[in-house]
Design a protein around this ligand. Structure first.
Ligand code: ZN
Ligand code: ZN
Length: 211
């Protein structure tokens, strides 16, 4: 399906309109109309080829919130009209020890990220959420409650989980103190989440305005 997007054509020019074909809906796939996509600094690093070398054109975006347009024949847990999210991963091998342990981000064969990763379906690379629609395997699609502010929900797909995960891993709870260094895109999420988990939260910042 033809999809309009914003893409970087190289490491120095601004993003510009770009269109490409999303894959056809497979039997395990969910086709999503993208409503919102957060801007993560990883998007900027990738677009500027500041990490590993970026494949261009690059359509970034891995904080995706949208509405289900269609589902494949073997998809039961989503239906048309559902509000859903997609984070930084869209696939993995599903068979290695880490995948079996629900740690797809550590897939031994290589996690397939939402953009700038090899796309086994198209033979090209994956294109992310700065686009009108996306087709994602059901195992990498998340349910989003309808009562949330969807624009504000999008950053939870990366900044949110990045800060929620360590807080849960360390069982942060009432009576504990949590220090958050920097009150930016992730830091402010860390403050909210740690506070919600009952911790005493302390922020370290060098910006007087954030005091
Ligand atoms: Zn991110
Ligand atoms: Zn794996």
């Amino acid at each position: 399906m033809k999809t309009n997007a914003y893409a970087a054509q190289n490491a120095t020019t601004p993003l510009a309109p770009f269109s490409f074909e999303r894959r056809e809906l497979g039997e395990h796939d969910v086709q999503i109309e993208i409503l919102y996509c957060g801007v993560c600094h990883s998007d900027l690093h990738t677009v500027r080829s500041e990490w590993s070398s970026t494949t261009y054109p690059c359509v970034p975006g891995h904080e995706i919130v949208g509405r289900v347009k269609n589902v494949g024949a073997k998809v039961n847990k989503f239906r048309e009209g559902d509000t859903v999210g997609v984070g930084c991963m869209v696939d993995s091998c599903r068979t290695c020890a880490n995948c079996k342990d629900n740690l797809e981000q550590f897939c031994e064969k290589g996690t397939i990220f939402t953009y700038n990763s090899p796309d086994k379906h198209t033979g090209g690379i994956t294109y992310g959420g700065y686009s009108e629609s996306i087709v994602v395997d059901k195992e990498f699609v998340l349910k989003i409650p309808k009562n949330l502010d969807l624009a504000a929900t999008a950053p939870l797909l990366c900044a949110g989980i990045t800060t929620y995960s360590p807080l849960r891993y360390h069982n942060v709870s009432k009576g504990q103190k949590v220090g958050v260094v920097g009150l930016g895109g992730l830091g402010h999420m860390g403050v909210k989440l740690a506070k919600a988990l009952g911790a005493h939260v302390v922020v370290f910042t060098t910006s007087p305005g954030k005091g």
